[in-house]
Design a binder for this molecule. Structure first.
Ligand code: CO8
Length: 381
């Protein structure tokens, strides 16, 4: 069991959110997908007629908004995604002496978090990058960002799909609690668009790109205007095959196309919905009670942002009739599913109005399955 009694006095003293400058609306995305489907169907008309191939069905902007709550998504590069002949972003390779794209995204969010926390690189002892995907295996993206910021200490990458942010925040809390770092910079650069199969109607609309970052330190060292004390962290994983991403460096040895059929993100969305909602609600209830509150007393829930209907269901279970968009804010209408970053985006955008003494929960849930939560209380340091 990964829940434990935390020593008091560890805080999140600042977060940063970097949003890519380009966005794609549902209508634009559907227009590109439908043009691609039409072209595919006409090029394969004979095989489809003979029953050897299945025709590609058309997508619809209305379906996407109703089924998911997503209206638009930010991406690092729209051009290739919207080209019916390409259907994937164009991300040119960079030289070894240039920052890689994911490090560049993470660095932008990290600088904003440091500024909000009123911290300098010399105040930080560790950098953790947590993301659903990493642009390369080594040197770690975290070490690249550490180098760019001139931080003296240690850095490493970790991947726990949608829970990479909450799990990496938990690692940061552990490091500060144990004394292995005075302050930790947690960075979650979600470069999602390269893993999306934009030719698949069921999943082409789900993801967007973004980067978030947080500073975790002791209350005594905190010099930010306001901060959030971490009352508890709780992490849980349960194996499930319902969300998979199978492309791998071992494909070379298996003699298969790493990006062939079924190798990119795929899921059984209905099953995920049915299984994860009760798990996430029970997880949060237990965690909130363990920190001395009742779920309906919590002022704000910054929930994972995968599906608005999932969030509404979980919010209702936790807050009953008092559930509202104000108490469980939604950002996926603009950002779509940004993997592990969604709950931290919600926290970044919807926490400044709360008062010292107010409580909130950051919670992620997704592939693995994995669920991670932090119960927070606002303090005036
Ligand atoms: N346009 C029109 N019709 C469509 C479309 C479309 N784009 N897509 C599907 N349909 C059709 C289907 O074919 C189906 O038709 P029929 O009834 O004739 O078979 C009908 O609409 C209903 O389809 P679904 O049952 O699939 O639709 P749902 O109502 O279940 O909605 C969702 C689909 C939105 C996917 C929904 O099931 C959902 O969101 N579930 C939750 C899933 C979830 O949370 N997943 C987590 C994913 S991400 C994650 O955990 C980690 C990945 C980490 C990567 C991050 C990178 C940053």
């Amino acid at each position: 069991m990964s829940e434990y009694k935390l020593p008091r006095g560890i805080v999140i003293s600042g977060t940063g959110l970097w949003t890519p400058p380009e966005a794609i609306s549902n209508e634009e995305l559907v227009e590109a997908y439908n043009a691609h489907a039409e072209r595919y169907n006409s090029e394969h008309a004979a095989e489809i007629e003979a029953g050897e191939l299945t025709a590609k069905p058309f997508s619809s902007a209305e379906f996407i908004e109703k089924a998911s709550g997503i209206k638009s998504r930010y991406v690092v590069s729209r051009e290739g995604i919207l080209d019916p002949q390409r259907m994937r972003p164009y991300i040119p390779e960079r030289a070894d002496d240039e920052l890689c794209l994911q490090a560049e995204m993470g660095l932008k969010a990290a600088k904003l978090a440091l500024e909000k926390a009123n911290k300098k690189p010399e105040d930080i002892d560790a950098v953790i990058v947590g993301a659903s995907y990493l642009q390369r295996s080594y040197p770690a993206i975290a070490i690249e960002i550490q180098g760019a910021l001139g931080i003296d200490g240690f850095a490493f990458d970790m991947e726990v799909a949608c829970s990479s942010a909450t799990f990496s925040l938990q690692r940061a809390v552990d490091a500060v609690a144990s004394g292995s770092a005075r302050a930790v910079l947690v960075i979650n650069p979600e470069l999602a668009s390269p893993q999306v199969d934009f030719t698949d109607r069921d999943s082409h609309f789900i993801f967007g790109d973004v980067a978030v970052a947080s500073v975790v330190e002791r209350r005594e060292t905190c010099s930010a205007d306001s901060a959030w004390e971490i009352l508890g962290t709780k992490a849980k994983t349960v194996f499930s095959n319902n969300i998979r991403s199978n492309f791998s460096y071992t494909s070379r040895a298996a003699d298969v196309d790493p990006f062939g059929d079924g190798k990119l993100f795929r899921q059984n969305g209905r099953k995920v919905f049915k299984e994860v909602c009760p798990m996430a609600a029970a997880h949060i209830e237990e965690h909130v009670r363990a920190t001395g509150s009742e779920p309906e007393e919590v002022n704000r829930y910054w929930l994972h942002q995968a599906n608005i209907n999932m969030n509404n269901l979980i919010a209702k279970k936790l807050m009953g009739d008092d559930a509202s968009a104000e108490r469980a804010p939604i950002v996926l209408d603009r950002y779509a599913n940004t993997g592990c970053a969604g709950s931290v985006i919600a926290f970044n955008l919807h926490s400044d109005d709360l008062q010292p003494g107010d409580r909130g929960v950051i919670c992620s849930f997704g592939a693995g399955y994995s669920i991670g939560s932090l119960v927070l209380e606002k303090i005036a340091p």
